[in-house]
Design a protein around this ligand. Structure first.
Ligand SMILES: [Zn+2]
Length: 274
């Protein structure tokens, strides 16, 4: 079996861009999710972690986890979604974490640093990142780190917690070089690989995925974004985890079964899922 460790199934069935408050999914949306999960299972993808980017989407991820036994939720505030009321969001996350088990929360994220778009507020991003790492430590949860054009800044935050009890996580959609791969691994982190590893220009990423121990790799789609090259242009979905696993197996000249079993084991250990 395979696990999609980073999916946005809520966005696969509904447009969350309008920032309307979310209450529940309608029948049509639930049927669509049922189909997505059914198709994924046919491709050996038996578990899915849906990841929030703000309070509303995090709450939606929890709702999905409550409906489907093989889905789990991560809650967090993405660096690009920070508003001046972010402290409120953290308080709301605290409420959701009072029922970590019942809400099937297995991680905190996406959280991190993003310097890709102009006019980012680095100081605020760092502050919000620290606040979310605290939540993870307090509730013994993994962090799901989003880092874009911010290797040094992300590493500087994370490395401050090295050695702390419960501190662990994944660098989601890893997109840096061998040097940072090693630095993150030395902190005990694992690296998330998805569709981007199949893109022609990403030779560096492929060399990283070849070099690091298989035990340090987990698989993710980031669906509906970042479809693998052979299905690029179409909406990504959890089914494509198999394409990524096969690609990595071929790249590393390993048995597909070994890639499947090892990434699944690493994922289960990291997120504490059975
Ligand atoms: Zn994502």
């Amino acid at each position: 079996m395979l696990i999609d460790t980073h999916c946005h199934m809520n966005i696969l069935v509904r447009n969350f861009d309008n920032k309307e408050p979310f209450k529940e999914f309608n029948t049509q949306e639930i049927e669509l999710m049922e189909k997505i999960i059914f198709d994924a299972e046919k491709q050996l993808v038996t578990q899915i972690i849906n990841v929030g980017t703000d309070y509303t989407e995090s709450y939606a991820c929890i709702e999905i986890a409550k409906i489907f036994s093989n889905c789990f939720a991560a809650i967090g505030l993405h660096p690009n979604d920070i508003t001046d009321t972010w402290q409120n969001d953290i308080l709301n996350f605290r409420q959701l974490l009072l029922k970590t088990q019942e809400n099937k929360i297995v991680g905190i994220g996406e959280c991190g640093i993003d310097k890709h778009y102009p006019n980012y507020d680095l100081k605020q991003q760092q502050e919000v990142f620290h606040a979310q790492i605290q939540l993870a430590l307090e509730h013994n949860l993994a962090i799901i780190v989003h880092s874009r054009d911010a290797d040094e800044e992300t590493y500087n935050v994370i490395s401050q917690y090295y050695g702390e009890k419960n501190f662990r996580g994944t660098i989601h959609c890893f997109s840096s070089n061998e040097k940072y791969a090693q630095k993150y691994i030395d902190l005990g982190f694992v690296l998330g690989f998805g569709g981007t590893i199949t893109y022609p220009k990403n030779e560096i990423l492929r060399s990283v995925a070849k070099m690091i121990p298989l035990e340090k790799i987990i698989l993710e789609t980031d669906a509906p974004f970042l479809s693998p090259q052979i299905v690029r242009g179409s909406k990504n979905n959890p089914t494509n985890i198999k394409i990524i696993a096969e690609y990595i197996a071929k790249l590393r000249q390993e048995d597909f079964k070994n890639v499947m079993q090892t990434t699944t084991k690493t994922t289960k250990n990291l997120f504490g899922i059975l």
